[in-house]
Design a protein around this ligand. Structure first.
Ligand SMILES: [Zn+2]
Length: 575
């Protein structure tokens, strides 16, 4: 009797698991709890799978990582020694776009149970984050994505702090982000895939794909990406009857005006992984297709990644290694900002729907519509070439005083190796002064973001203290270091407000007291006196006593050196 009861329980658990896995067929998506329970049941059933907990999220629940191997080996260094590639799939960063969450349930079970798929794991280890934005997943409702065709109920885009986690990879305001970065550096994947559902135009493809913008990626990796990996992915999808095209970011309103390659700066998941020489992809299932079609397209593409990685694993391992070595040795031209080259484009075949305009019944003004009864296939322009419009040479090292502990913690999280000074030391360094910058008048993702930074620099001898950090620029993380510590880089810590307290003068003067001091300074420095006269003339300040004194105050040798001085220093030669 006991035996029968056990069989009954197992059968009913299996039945329940199948129901959960197939919910998408009924235009439904799993809840967070169902999702994790499903992975727990797979872990129990298969010794070749393991579910790990990693860090916390902003709702206090740990992040999970599900690993699938074909030999029960979950030790990362052992996996790498066996020359296996690692794929990391991240689901539900936008919890309202859960097709990857549902696709990965079926995919995991198939990889574990179907012989023809298990074979693909000879050279690939698959790591899945079942649900990344757990906070958003718990905040479930029916309609926050007004244009999306299913599922019936789903989570919300933002997390518990109302943050878009796909803008958080540099500033790391969410615990989810710190936990994911910890995962990325522990498993050091070769390929990273972030699953989404699209916004924007209507067209025939079920799936579109964003890859790490190729000009931004290390050239060794971008050559491989363009010439081998992307063609293989496209071919695999075609064979699965799910032909895909690049993500549809339109030049003007509709796709026939041309498509523009998406520039994901380091704040985005795949922009971030590019800094660590990990090729990143964003899968974008089409929002207007029925939900089962979205899930199937995501399943097909994820499987295409696995089989491509299986076939091309030797290349992937070799090129990643070479790219890491190259960036550690690279001296010159670290690009900080990029612009689209409108003179350069590729012609791609595109299957769209004719677009037109008709009167809106609400506003009586023209409104756009796509006519699915009028499909077309034609060549359109694809603008996907970016050029660096600003770059720097790396210094020999950066020096960051320990006072900037939040930035130091982020650098440590990113496995940047740092050497603490053993003694108080006077070192000659190159200093930046922030000459000008713009600040967004409204907060964006919790920050009053800076941009358009202009700098001046000079050389100074500075007393550093025991425990301040030297960051030598001879490491794999060089790009991450340069693109976060150079203030002009679009996603620098400076632009994300981590150094705002440096942007203030702390002492002033009373003009009636300062008068005699100013007089003495000018007498001792005729050159300064000439400069003042020129300044007064240029700015027409002849009748402004205070401004003239203020100029002397700021240009006197005694003026505080720390005002507007960027507190991370460039060491240009051995000290
Ligand atoms: Zn999204």
């Amino acid at each position: 009797m006991k035996h029968l009861l056990a069989i009954f329980i197992i059968l009913s658990l299996n039945l329940r698991a199948q129901e959960v896995k197939n919910k998408y067929l009924e235009n439904k998506t799993v809840t967070y709890k169902e999702c994790i329970n499903f992975y727990q049941s797979l872990e129990k059933k298969y010794q070749t799978a393991k579910l790990f907990e990693f860090g916390k999220t902003d709702v206090g629940i740990p992040l999970h990582l599900f690993m699938i191997t074909n030999d029960k080996d979950f030790d990362i260094s052992s996996i790498k020694n066996k020359q296996k590639t690692i794929l990391l799939i991240n689901n539900g960063i936008h919890a309202g776009e859960p097709c990857g969450v549902d696709a990965c349930l079926g995919l995991s079970e198939d990889l574990l149970s179907k012989k023809e798929l298990t074979q693909l794991l000879n050279n690939v280890v698959v790591c899945i984050i079942p649900f990344y934005n757990i906070d958003g997943a718990l905040n479930r409702g029916c309609c926050s994505r007004a244009n999306q065709n299913g599922p019936q109920d789903y989570g919300f885009r933002a997390n518990a702090k109302n943050l878009d986690l796909n803008r958080d990879f540099i500033k790391c305001d969410a615990q989810n982000t710190s936990s994911l970065i910890e995962i990325i550096h522990q498993i050091n994947p070769h390929i990273f895939v972030d699953t989404h559902i699209s916004n924007g135009a209507d067209y025939s493809y079920n799936m579109t794909l964003i890859n790490t913008q190729h000009n931004k990626l290390n050239p060794i990796l971008s050559n491989y990406l363009n010439n081998k990996m992307l063609p293989s992915l496209k071919q695999e999808m075609k064979l699965k009857n799910n032909e895909m095209c690049p993500y549809v970011e339109t030049l003007k309103e509709t796709p026939d005006s041309g498509l523009v390659g998406f520039l994901e700066t380091p704040r985005f998941a795949t922009g971030y992984t590019a800094l660590h020489n990990i090729i990143g992809f964003v899968t974008e299932a089409h929002m207007l297709k029925p939900y089962p079609t979205q899930v199937k397209a995501t399943y097909d593409l994820l499987l295409s990644f696995i089989s491509t990685m299986d076939k091309q694993h030797t290349d992937i391992i070799e090129f990643k290694k070479k790219a890491d070595e190259a960036v550690a040795k690279k001296q010159v031209y670290f690009a900080l900002n990029w612009t689209l080259d409108f003179n350069k484009y590729d012609l791609i075949e595109f299957r769209g729907y004719e677009a037109g305009y008709k009167k809106s019944s609400i506003t009586n003004l023209d409104r756009l519509y796509y006519d699915r009864l009028k499909p077309y296939s034609k060549k359109i322009k694809y603008f996907n070439h970016y050029v660096a419009n600003d770059s720097v040479n790396k210094p020999m090292a950066y020096i960051i005083p320990q006072a900037w502990s939040k930035v130091i913690a982020l650098l440590k999280l990113n496995k940047v190796s740092m050497q603490a000074l053993q003694n108080d030391t006077n070192i000659t360094v190159n200093c930046y002064y922030v000459d000008d910058y713009k600040t967004n008048p409204k907060p964006y993702e919790g920050h009053y973001v800076h941009s358009n930074v202009s700098l001046k620099s000079n050389t100074q001898s500075i007393n550093f203290y025991k425990g301040d950090y030297i960051i030598w620029c001879n490491q794999n993380a060089n790009r991450f270091i340069v693109e976060t510590l150079e203030p002009k880089a679009i996603d620098s810590y400076f632009n994300w407000n981590y150094f705002d307290s440096a942007l203030q003068q702390k002492e002033w003067f009373s003009d009636y007291v300062y008068e005699e001091t100013a007089e003495r300074i000018l007498k001792e420095d005729p050159q300064l006196k000439n400069e003042l006269e020129q300044y007064v003339k240029d700015k027409k300040l002849e009748n402004n006593h205070w401004e003239q004194l203020a100029w002397i105050f700021k240009h006197a040798p005694q003026y505080e050196k720390t005002a507007f001085r960027y507190p991370v220093f460039r060491l240009e030669q051995q000290y």
